[in-house]
Design a protein around this ligand. Sequence first.
Ligand code: 5GP
Length: 190
Amino acid sequence: MQRLEERIRREGKVKADGVLKVDSFLNHQMDMAFLGELAQEFYRLFGDCGVTKILTIEASGIGIACMTAQAFGVPALFAKKTKTKNIAGEVYTSQVASFTHGVSYDIMVSKEFLRPGDRVLMIDDFLANGNALLGLAELVKNAGAGLIGAGIVIEKTFQPGGEKLRRQGIRVESLARIRSMSVERGVEFY
Ligand code: 5GP
């Protein structure tokens, strides 16, 4: 998406640890009108797939997931990061290794909100090593729900997440695909 790439070029800050900061419109301050445009693009891509639920992971995916859910007219559900592994069998859980924080944590959703009949579109802000999305995909599988695919705002294709997911047969659509990035040269897209 041209407008997204322009915005990343203009406002994104590449950090030495391989992290891109887009705090001015996505990860800290959120430009809701712009996120609405991104959500419309997800709707253009997945609108005919019978999606019943948008699933993301707290916290940075929630903003774009909410806008996307509004575009689809379905609920947004976010997996919670939790320390308690199981709450009396009332939740689905899986484990995620965090890219930005370098630790593993459990995520969970209530069985009340993720049902076998659901058709789930996963939405996230970034795709890096793919652990967050694979964790979400496992929750969907555990629930016996259908996985429609993943909508990603920014995919860093020099990390293996996209390939891992696609190899598992998951449809991944990314609105901006970064080929490489560095502090000196900034961001290069496909
Ligand atoms: P993965 O599980 O694919 O390695 O990482 C996905 C999660 O890590 C995303 O939900 C996002 O919160 C965070 N993340 C990964 N790479 C970046 C990055 O370059 N910038 C920011 N702001 N977050 C990132």
